[in-house]
Design a protein around this ligand. Structure first.
Ligand SMILES: Nc1ncnc2c1ncn2[C@@H]1O[C@H](COP(=O)(O)OP(=O)(O)OP(=O)(O)O)[C@@H](O)[C@H]1O
Ligand SMILES: [Mg+2]
Length: 281
């Protein structure tokens, strides 16, 4: 089945990633998700957490994240100095899925604590606390990053990358992406298809414009605005086009491309319930 609407988290699959994740979980190997912003990485992990019946502990990685932030530290509470587990240690002890988002942002020395956890040892060594924590079978490490943000200063080491099953995620094919918009925003299928066509036209122009293409996330936001009464052109303008550039200034070329795809999709689709004229002010 492509999608599981009974789940709390709706996830539209895009290939064999659900089966691969299950196999990785079964074999107790970690998973690395790569892909552009808003393509569904976080949603996928939340969904798999539900499918596998395991809690998901998310850690957002950044430059200042230390290994102590991950594993824990001694803290003074009420005059006593007590060890307090960090989120990684708690996730290991709870047999949860630990999701390290934008892992490429973390410093190499902070990630070193993951090495013994991500090979056959599946063990976390809490040197300062003098504790050795063996991961239960249900513990799983999942990391993600967006390759487009990578700079030479922020490369993951091969010794880290090669510990993972790597699943390269990307945007859904248009029909499935439109289904996500319908499920997430409750809009009409024809409107969803037009918004997806608009994003597809811009994505195809990516080589010319050199920007990170509009994501499924911005399409969902645009669909939500349309559901609350915005016109498709308005929604495309503020959700799809404006975030493409740093200053929010949209080139005329892009605006024309978006308008043409919204219009083209509407006129070429006999099932469309919204005429382009009717959806504009
Ligand atoms: N395959 C999908 N199934 C269902 N919803 C999706 C899917 N892909 C994207 N979405 C929608 O897009 C939104 C953004 O997706 P998500 O947060 O998972 O992106 P991401 O890849 O984690 O992005 P980032 O790298 O910026 O964190 C979700 O909240 C959801 O509404
Ligand atoms: Mg995410």
């Amino acid at each position: 089945m492509d999608s599981e609407r009974m789940q709390q988290h709706f996830y539209q699959s895009n290939g064999n990633e659900v089966a691969l994740f299950r196999r990785a979980a079964e074999q107790r190997v970690p998973v690395m998700l790569t892909g552009p912003t808003g393509c569904g990485k976080t949603r996928f992990v939340e969904y798999m957490g539900e499918v596998l019946g395991r809690p998901v502990v998310t850690i957002s990685c950044h430059d200042d994240l230390t290994s102590s932030d991950l594993v824990g530290r001694f803290m003074v509470t009420g005059g006593d100095v007590v060890w307090t587990d960090g989120p990684l240690t708690r996730a290991v002890k709870d047999g949860a899925i630990c999701y390290m988002d934008e892992v490429v942002e973390a410093r190499h020395d902070s990630l070193a604590v993951l090495h013994s956890l991500t090979d056959h040892r599946r063990t976390l060594y809490l040197d300062r606390a003098g504790e050795v924590v063996r991961a239960p079978d249900s513990f799983m490490l999942v990391c993600s990053y967006n390759p487009a943000y990578r700079s030479s200063l922020k490369e993951l080491k091969p010794s880290f990358r090669q510990r993972f099953v790597t699943v390269a995620m990307t945007y859904l094919p248009p029909e499935r992406e439109a289904e996500v918009l319908v499920a997430e925003a409750g809009i009409d299928a024809a409107v969803a298809r037009r918004l997806v066509n608009c994003a597809t036209a811009i994505r195809n122009a990516d080589d010319v414009f050199h920007f990170e293409p509009p994501s499924t996330r911005v399409l969902v936001t645009a669909a939500k605005l349309v559901a609350s009464g915005a016109t498709e052109i308005e929604a495309a303008d503020v959700c799809i086009l404006a975030p493409l550039s740093n200053d929010g200034a949209i080139t005329d070329g892009l605006r024309e491309l978006a308008a043409a795809s919204l219009l083209g999709a509407a006129t070429s689709d006999p099932t469309a319930t919204h005429t382009p004229g009717g959806s504009r002010t």
